[in-house]
Design a protein around this ligand. Sequence first.
Ligand code: DLZ
Ligand code: SF4
Length: 517
Amino acid sequence: MPADAAAGTLRVILGDQLSRDVAALEGLDPAADVVLMAEVMGECTYVRHHKKKIAFVLSAMRHFAAELQAEGIRVDYRRLDDPDNRGSLRDEVVAAVMRHRPSRIVVTEPGEWRVLQDMETWEEAAGLPLEIRPDDRFIASRPRFAAWAGKRKQLTMEYFYRDMRKETGLLMARDGEPEGGQWNLDRENRKRLPGGLTPPEPLRIPPDDITREVLDLVTARFPDHFGDLEPFWFAVTARDAERAFDHFVRTALPRFGDYQDAMKQDGPTLYHAVAALYLNAGLLDPLAACRRVERAYRAGRVPLNAAEGFIRQVIGWREYVRGVYWLKMPDYAETNALEAHRPLPDFYWTGKTEMNCLRQCIGQTKREAYAHHIQRLMVTGNFALLAGIEPRQVCEWYLIVYADAYEWVELPNTHGMALFADGGVLGSKPYAASGKYIDRMSDYCRHCRYDVGKSTGKDACPFNSLYWQFLEVNRERLKGNRRMALTYRNLDRMDDARRQALNDQAARFLTTLSANA
Ligand code: DLZ
Ligand code: SF4
């Protein structure tokens, strides 16, 4: 790049900002501006991401850069294997400033607090003005969410979601009422999967030459990272992500509503979209995806509980957790309301446990870098909650193992929703459940060496005694919670001998766990 092609803008695009209409590209002058994209070890190793996650991000970055170049945009693309790769975003920005001598730097706000802190030092490091633009791929800007949160004591997702429905017009009837008369059909999202129903497969995209090259790079550079690299079938372009999403709308969405919370032996995706990784990296536009779903509903191709369930996850829950993250960071990551300090058991990495539900969820996570929300919340999350695993370690695990995980989305979901470590910012009570819940929503227990009907004894399902022990250990912290009153009344009706037996059972189990950890 000649140094005299100067005085334009350096536009920086991060690995999860791969949208053609991302804020940093607005107003781009192809004659003067340069786009910087940098693969850096810093982002690949700040946690030891799943191999598939790194391959997905790097391949999607390379494809995105090629698309910009095909439009005639100048892209300075830094590869991880460039001999002079500086290793961090900041150093790559400084080096790019030296190469291109721009008059300013423009970037879109990042998804993580850690990166924003770093970004705020770029201006000084580069000696140039830096403009950090709001990420308008989200419907609610950070100030918009903060205004909604205002002085509310409880940040109830439902009310935020209703505002988002009104603001977007999604699934609204003409008279300003929600389509079908109800805002939220969550109760119609909880069916168990009947035998004989074969869920569709997601669309699998074969790796092209660019992806193949990235897979070789990941094999060589990240051999010790968690997870299986192949088979690799994720879409890595916006076009293919849209095709994969279209396939979901046609084949799975009609039943997504009914079976949103169901789990099945060897059924990793069921009726789920596997779209979070595309949404979160910028390959799929959230609002466009929701409008596509709404159209399918209006055309009579999918029922309301499916369309509403999907749209709620995207414009409700997804936007809401992002809002909470930016509202509460950095203190949010440090809270540990239930004072949980046990180390993460080794089987979260190896999948080697006799508890079939955990073996299934962790096994598929290792293979696919994917699990759906109930597997994450009610199996791996619930176990960590009941066993008192330290939130920091659990959060890191989730950030590592899922291809869609960035801290803005992972932290509130794990720390708040699954572990109640925030003391109730996100949920009004812990999502603690015994084996009975897992049995109701899956066929895992039928394939397990433990008996879900038993709480004590050699074959007893560990979730059962852990559940009662969890309530006992956290009695002082939770007994004042009105939504827990019935649960504590049940516990208190138990005779002392039974209570003692349950506690002993849980204590014995936890000892074996620590020994393995
Ligand atoms: C996740 C990720 C990975 C693995 N690698 C890169 C990279 O090499 N370069 C880059 O710009 N971004 C990468 N990312 C995404 C960033 O970590 C992400 O932008 C921040 O976590 C903020 O959400
Ligand atoms: Fe999981 Fe318990 Fe069911 Fe086994 S019996 S699959 S450990 S819930």
